[in-house]
Design a protein around this ligand. Structure first.
Ligand code: 3SL
Length: 233
């Protein structure tokens, strides 16, 4: 039986191999939720970039440039990192270069995997179905916050492990712990995540609606996959 494992922070990546695996990158608040929303609303490609300056340089190549630092939109960029911005009809067919504090860094650290896909509550079941079809060992990489473990990505990892239990065996105790956390959270996901440090951080920026939206399960069926550096569906 293939295995499923969870890396709770990108700073723990040295403990895991990505080669030959399906890697699921997750940054529920908000990078991977925004990516999934963008694709569901017709964005044609998202180029994830770790460094701000590399993202800015993509403007000259015809990309819209998007991203945040510390939760706030980069002032001269076209878009920030709220999923609501990624629903705009004028983004249909557009290419976006995106840099975020943690999410796009986690993608950069996943290079070398058999495939890299983007997970969020918004596309939870579609991701699970994709992984069953791929039938590789799975590694879920939680983007966390600047190397620290966070609640929302861990709960998502637990939800995905829960969906795949019986079809994949658990690689270590992290998927078990994540699944237990999800069991505690699932009755009131929004209430549970309200206590998280990033929700408090977003609240201080007067960003209140994004978290509720990012907790919507299975709103979309798209599964973004990294192909030659570009996320596509
Ligand atoms: O850390 C990230 O990648 C972002 O998603 C953080 S924020 O929600 O935009 O602040």
């Amino acid at each position: 039986m293939k295995t499923i494992d969870v890396c709770l922070s990108p700073d723990l990546m040295h403990l895991y191999a990505v080669e030959g695996k399906s890697v699921v990158v997750v940054d529920i608040l908000r990078a991977t939720s925004s990516m999934v929303t963008g694709f569901a609303h017709g964005v044609s490609g998202i180029y994830p970039v770790a460094k701000l300056e590399d993202c800015r340089a993509m403007k000259a190549k015809g990309y819209l440039i998007a991203g945040e630092r510390e939760g706030e939109k980069v002032p001269d960029f076209d878009l920030g990192n709220s999923p609501f911005e990624y629903m705009a009809p004028e983004l249909t067919g557009k290419l976006i270069a995106l840099t975020t504090t943690n999410g796009t860094q986690a993608i950069a650290k996943s290079l070398g995997a058999a495939e890299i896909i983007i997970g969020a509550f918004l596309n939870l079941s579609a991701v699970a179905e994709h992984l069953i079809k791929s039938n590789n060992d799975i590694l879920i990489i939680c983007a966390g916050w600047k190397g620290k473990v966070n609640l929302e990505d861990t709960v998502f990892a637990g939800a995905l492990v829960d969906k795949l239990t019986g079809k994949f065996s658990l690689g270590c105790d992290a998927p078990l712990a994540a699944r237990h956390l999800y069991t505690c959270a699932k009755g009131d996901l929004i209430g549970f995540l309200n206590e998280s440090s990033h929700v408090k951080r977003l609240n201080k920026l007067n960003i209140h609606d994004d978290m509720r939206f990012c907790c919507t399960i299975d709103k979309y069926k798209v599964v973004p996959v990294l192909k030659d550096g570009l996320l596509v569906v």
